[in-house]
Design a protein. Structure first.
Length: 417
């Protein structure tokens, strides 16, 4: 048994290393694109766009009603079910995309819409929501088949396309409205390319919706929306209380933090399908699997935190004098990454063992508390208060998820759906 576990850990390490190469390249490209965008727009305009990006990142999780997660669950157990779930995923994206964009636009307008003309707010949200949802969904298609390196290559394509847009636009332009149009073109091209690549690699999707899966898919959707809120709501909340330039400085630090999430997401995507396999034997087996991988996941979180802190030190010299306080912001925010690593592992115990609705409930309730905490922190202490609330909220969520995972002592067989 010990040899089998050691072999499993070695296989996981090899897959992580294989996926890390393309992902490390993606991180470098993404950081370069972010840096050039921040310099090109300046702190004020960058802050305005960062708030829109934060809102778009959350709303993108509403598109598709959890169809990508349903695909991972189904294909992890039986790859013959891929065509049906692939078709269901694409159909749900097509059906929900426009309503979600309209919803996000309404939320932006209620919040004031920053200083951007309404038409460009709408186009900016549409571009970011489209490329985020399609890119992550197609990546999960490859994760479901165990092709983690191929998934990382898909992840590499998106920042490469964004960097191309950055180099083309900011060579001679600096207006936020023009940048939004450039991002829209990039988003359409990348989304079409990702879908075409998936069809060429795995076959055409079947037609039709799997209506019997809507309840489970909605639970996945709520969970992913809440998780996205915990990573992006800070910028949206701060936009109500801070001047655009201050928001731009904080958003730059928050953007550096996003780079640190990539190693965690690689490890999560490697382990995620296996949780469903172990979950078929009940929550106790799923929990044992998670505990075996706890040192690896926590170590990845610590490594990611060190990486973000280091990148934060370089940020002011890369971004310019307007972003001098970005280094301190990034270093403080990096403390959240080990906590997020703990969250991911505990949450996947619940999902793998068939307690997805419980997980969704925990995330939904804590997301509301997260928003209140961030708002109070920002109102009372500005950016520093927001950071303190951000760290406390992530620590509380990690604790709640692990308590829930250990409270479910009775093994529960999971339906083969």
């Amino acid at each position: 048994m010990t040899d089998a576990r050691a072999g499993g850990r070695l296989a996981t390490a090899r897959r992580f290393a294989g996926a890390l190469g393309p992902t490390a390249a993606a991180l470098g490209i993404q950081f370069l694109a972010f840096a050039l965008t921040a310099r090109g727009l300046g702190a004020g305009q960058f802050g305005q766009y960062a708030a829109l990006q934060g809102l778009a990142a959350m709303c993108a999780e509403l598109v598709g009603l959890g169809g990508a997660d349903l695909l991972v669950r189904a294909v992890a157990r039986d790859q013959r079910r891929f065509q049906a779930y692939f078709g269901n995923m694409l159909a749900l994206i097509a059906i929900t995309l426009v309503p979600v964009i309209v919803l996000a636009f309404g939320a932006a307008m209620i919040g004031g819409g920053a200083a951007i003309a309404p038409m460009f707010v709408l186009l900016g949200l549409a571009a970011e929501i489209l490329v985020s949802r399609v890119g992550s969904s197609i990546e999960l298609v490859m994760v479901a088949h165990g092709h983690v390196v191929r998934a990382s290559l898909v992840r590499l394509a998106t920042p490469l396309a964004r960097l191309a847009a950055v180099l083309a636009y900011f060579h001679s332009h600096h207006a936020l409205e023009g940048w939004i149009l450039a991002v829209l073109v990039q988003a359409v091209l990348v989304s079409a390319g990702c879908i075409g690549f998936a069809m060429a690699a795995y076959g055409l999707p079947a037609r039709g919706l799997l209506t019997g899966e809507w309840k489970a898919g909605s639970a996945f959707m709520v969970n992913q929306f809440a998780r996205a809120a915990q990573s992006n709501l800070d910028r949206v909340v701060l936009s109500f209380f801070a001047a655009p330039a201050m928001l731009g400085v904080y958003s730059a630090g928050s953007r550096v933090l996003q780079l640190g999430l990539f190693p965690l997401q690689i490890m999560t995507r490697i382990l995620y399908p296996q949780f469903f396999v172990h979950g078929a034997k009940g929550v106790a087996e799923t929990r044992r699997f998670a505990l075996r991988n706890l040192p690896t996941m926590l170590g990845t979180g610590v490594l990611a935190a060190a990486m973000v802190a280091g990148a934060g030190l370089l940020a002011p010299s890369v971004l310019g004098g307007e972003f001098a306080r970005t280094a301190r912001t990034a270093m403080l925010l990096s403390l959240s990454l080990p906590l997020i690593a703990l969250q991911y592992l505990a949450a996947d115990i619940l999902t793998g063992a068939g307690y997805q609705q419980l997980r969704a409930t925990i995330y939904a309730v804590t997301a509301l508390g997260f928003g209140v905490a961030l708002a109070l922190g920002a109102r009372l202490g500005g950016a520093d208060g927001l950071i303190a609330a951000y760290l406390l909220a992530h620590g509380a969520l990690a604790g709640i998820l692990w308590v829930a995972a250990f409270a479910l002592e009775r093994p529960r067989a999971v339906a083969a759906a």
